[in-house]
Design a protein around this ligand. Sequence first.
Ligand code: 5AD
Ligand code: SF4
Length: 548
Amino acid sequence: MASVFLETFGCQMNELDSELVRSQLRSLGHVFTDDWRVADVVLFNTCSVRERAESKAYSRLGIIGQRKKRGEQVILGVLGCMAERDGPSLLRRYPQVDLMCGPGELDRLPMLIDNSFRSERGPAEERVALAGDRTRRSSTLAAAGDDLELLDLGRAFDPDGRDGAPWSAYVRITRGCNKFCTYCVVPNTRGAEVHRPPDHIVEECRRLVDAGVVEITLLGQTVNHYRYTHGVTVDSQGREAPQIGPGLAAFRANALPDGRTTTFAMLLARIHDEVPRLRRLRFLTSYPRDFGVDVLDVLASRPRLCPYVHAPVQSGSDRMLKLMNRGYTIDEYRAFVDRLFERVPDATLAGDFIVGFPTETEEDFEQSLALVRELPFKNNFIFKYSPRPGTVAIGRFEDDVPLAEKKLRNNRMLAVQSETSRRVHRSWVGRTVEMIIERVEATAPGEGVEVAAELDADAGFEPAAGTGAGALRSSRGAGVALSVLGQRSTATRRAHAAESVVITGRTTGDLIVSASASAEADIRPGAIVRVHLEHAEPLLLRGRVVVE
Ligand code: 5AD
Ligand code: SF4
């Protein structure tokens, strides 16, 4: 039994991986500590999406290296995308690293830790678990030998086992990505798309709700590509097993699912209908091209399904989209947004943009700005292009937009997004909507709630990279962003003088709300209340709790 410190970088997929690693190691008797200085095992679950995330992790390795130089016994492990991208060469460059485990091999982590404890320093095979290009070799529907599923299936349903908000949970439906956008490392680090059996997913949701979860966010890199063909892949006990995705042809307009297939729309409907005590069902991240009308119809007809669509557009220039290999044009994206609001009028839309992609001219960039003005994005996460080893773009294009220009474009886009966010927020003023409480602040009458926006803090994964919920993604949403909003202050607003509590949280559309409430209402994190929205700002809406 050891004490373990685990730090997570990057996206929600990594957050979920870390949660599963935690429950797996806890079940083996290990205990977790928040203090890396006293831990026997220090693990970093890393991200490779942008260089900045990697630099942070490397500097952490340096710090632990110093601890080891002082003669302290500590096992240092690199998990996640950086391990997979760097490969065993990382062990030569950072000899303080004892073990490496790719995101597709996390079920083997306990064995790696065991090996590290047992031997002084074993051979690389005993210290490293990486997929290499194995996950892309299989052309069959079977995700052969998919032990990783056991990690998802072995999840602890104990609310104390989850970090952050025990009332909110992620559930993976798809791993990996088949898209190969030219800038992106994910298809290399997380491998080919693998879809989990619908029964496993529904069961996991049901058990989470039994354990007190109120809100579930389904995760997939291109979540709407979920598709499972029944009767094709079974494990050794004859039960359905995860399977490799069918490829993009399955999403062509005329490729209707046969009777053996569970589509993304069907999966959403199943979870909604079969887990009736689940209050909120959300999903991340959508790929805009293959977002079918069937999904919109399910969104429109299922009240506990959150009509929040995060569908990154990445650029407003068709030329850029082509170089990025995104697979759609701006007109196609517009048509998707039109369909979304036509069928689901209360929907909210968010996205991602990359600024300073190779060869991006002022004109290309202005097309991106124009799109941010035109479409009702409630928020956008804005990223400066970062060339990543192993991607197509790094070999094909020169990173020719200077960093200073990228920063400038980032800030210009933030300013435009801020206006668009305010406009979207205004359109909600006067309405009474549901919100889930994420934070409760007891304030004496007359005290203020502080809100901050910061331009280009270049924070990488910290909030302020975007507007509104400015984390990498809104993640468990406002929780992340709001804790920062509370810390850095540029503007202070008066809370309602007569009330004693101020709450922050999110609507079903992921709009951030700060509301005053009387102490009598059911006010606690995870509770769902109704709020009357009264005032719009770029970062959030303000209102008051209505007791009906
Ligand atoms: N440089 C900058 N941004 C990137 N993203 C992915 N790869 C890169 C890169 N190399 C952004 C995209 C994606 C989000 C998760 O990160 O906008 O949607
Ligand atoms: Fe990366 Fe593109 Fe896949 Fe998203 S869709 S994970 S940007 S390759």
